[in-house]
Design a binder for this molecule. Structure first.
Ligand SMILES: Cc1cc2nc3c(=O)[nH]c(=O)nc-3n(C[C@H](O)[C@H](O)[C@H](O)COP(=O)(O)OP(=O)(O)OC[C@H]3O[C@@H](n4cnc5c(N)ncnc54)[C@H](O)[C@@H]3O)c2cc1C
Length: 455
């Protein structure tokens, strides 16, 4: 079913994994301190993830000069592909191109010659589901789809009645066999949060999509390629933004810059941690928005197998019955024929696992696989790894969503401060939050707004 860009209020029946200012910039320290800063840029962009990259392209197209400052030694932020662990592309962060055909990164990828394709036309044909007592059939799978629809409707009723409450409360009447598994799909697997931590209104107003695309070479590889022609200062951490004077002073590990406008694209996790000191402090409601549009936890435990032990070809989904503690994972199998299975954990379980050694996480995922598929799992296992976005200091979580009762703070988060400090990034998009395309659109939109302000 191809139903791109419909809000949940319009479309709630697909169980998918999110499928489911113009002034010269003055370098106060020696110019060489920030090697790649263009001379006399108009805007400073903090962060070179999807939002920062899109903002930079947009401003440059408008003939604005920009300085893009990135703390890491690489671009892409939470969209990053590495090829060393598996000798094949592995997306450490984002993997699925959500909203299918209309995702701007779909055409960007194709223009650069990447291979982009839909995951599956009909998800129901590409799932294997296991109950605690063995493999479950098509009927059990249909029950999960049906319960998911019931969950969606219950959230919609609550949201439409103006009740911004925890999704767990709005859906507490929905119980019985497979309900916890369906709740896992909607919460930890999709939002990186347990239902108690998700706002009904926020969820209902977000965009859900039906067909995800994947890029054979990795989503992160496309984002990095799109940044190739940009002049980005890597290893340049922004420590403070002083907006007390006429100009803004951006204090970095490589020197201090002076400008009239800043676009901040770092995650709400980073903003809430006070890693960037604003002088004077930002308004209290703005600070509150950093904390209450809070980061979810979502991680990949990635396992590579030498054979297709799942029997679904490329890009299948393996699910198993999960209890009300959310302790489990769902798996994208044989991603783009690489033999890599993305066993994805989310919510409180991902938080708990994050501090454990990588080997322990791998063993946990292998054990669950073995329970379902038998000895072929350990026999064909090649190697594995696990991500830990919670402890990644440049992100401090996977992606953001509103806490119950905090939906209104989405608006606050998006607002500029004093028409000089602007915010962009996945959490700032109205409906496509928690996605790369949402970050891209937010960066682009904010840049256009800033460009108009520059006059
Ligand atoms: C495990 C995981 C799976 C995901 N799966 C998907 C998916 O399948 N599909 C999808 O669309 N989305 C997915 N997402 C979400 C997606 O990755 C993000 O929404 C998106 O990449 C965010 O882009 P951004 O530009 O807003 O933020 P970021 O990518 O976080 O960019 C912000 C940048 O700012 C930098 N930075 C931070 N602090 C500083 C500082 N003080 N100074 C300078 N630079 C700084 C960071 O290093 C980073 O590069 C996933 C995320 C995770 C973690």
């Amino acid at each position: 079913m191809q139903t791109d860009s419909l809000s949940r209020a319009q479309q709630y029946s697909a169980v998918t994994r999110r499928q489911f200012l113009k002034a010269g910039l003055v370098v106060l320290l020696p110019q060489s301190a920030i090697a790649s800063v263009d001379s006399n840029p108009d805007v400073v962009i903090v962060g070179a993830g999807a939002a920062g990259i899109a903002a930079a392209h947009s401003l440059i197209k408008d003939n604005r000069k920009v300085a893009i400052l990135e703390g890491r030694g690489r671009v892409g932020g939470r969209a990053h592909t590495e090829t060393t662990t598996f000798n094949a592309p592995f997306d450490v962060g984002a993997h699925w191109l959500h909203q299918g055909r209309r995702n701007p990164y779909n055409s960007i990828a194709q223009n650069f010659g990447f291979d982009v394709e839909p995951v599956v036309e009909n998800l129901r044909d590409n799932y294997r589901l296991f109950a605690t007592d063995g493999e479950a059939g098509e009927n059990e799978l249909k029950k999960i789809f049906k319960i998911y629809d019931e969950l969606s409707k219950a959230i919609g009723r609550s949201s439409n009645a103006g009740k911004d409450i925890p999704v767990s409360v709005a859906t507490e009447q929905i119980v019985g066999r497979w309900s916890d598994t369906a709740k896992f799909v909607l919460g930890p697997w999709d939002m990186g949060k347990d239902l108690k931590d998700i706002s009904t209104v926020d969820w209902w107003k977000s965009t859900e999509v039906a067909v995800d695309y994947v890029c054979r070479q990795g989503y992160g590889a496309v984002v990095a390629r799109y940044a190739d022609d940009l002049n980005i200062s890597l290893n340049t951490t922004v420590k403070g933004i002083d907006w007390s004077g006429k100009d803004i002073l951006v204090d970095t590990t490589n020197g201090t810059l002076r400008t009239k406008a800043v676009i901040v694209t770092v995650s709400t996790g980073v903003l809430a941690s006070d890693a960037i000191k604003f002088t004077p402090q930002l308004p209290l409601d703005k600070q509150e928005s950093f904390h209450k549009i809070s980061m979810g936890m979502y991680d990949h435990i990635a396992l590579q197998f030498s054979e297709d032990i799942f029997g679904m070809g490329r890009d299948g989904y393996l699910m198993f019955e999960i209890g009300n503690d959310g302790k489990g994972f769902a798996t994208l199998t044989n991603a783009s024929d690489t033999g890599i299975a993305y066993c994805d954990v989310g919510g409180d379980w991902a938080r708990e696992l994050s501090s454990r050694p990588v080997d322990e996480k791998i063993d946990y995922a292998l054990g669950e696989m073995e329970r379902m598929l038998g000895s072929s799992v350990r026999r064909t296992f090649v190697t594995g790894t696990a991500t830990d976005w919670r402890n990644d200091k440049w992100s401090l979580g996977s992606y953001a969503s509103a806490d119950p009762g905090a939906y209104k703070l989405r608006w606050t988060l998006r607002q500029p401060v004093a028409d000089r400090i602007f915010f962009a990034g996945e959490a700032c998009h109205r409906t496509h939050w928690a996605t790369v395309d949402g970050a891209h659109r937010s960066g682009q939109g904010t840049a256009k707004f800033v460009s108009r302000k520059l006059g």
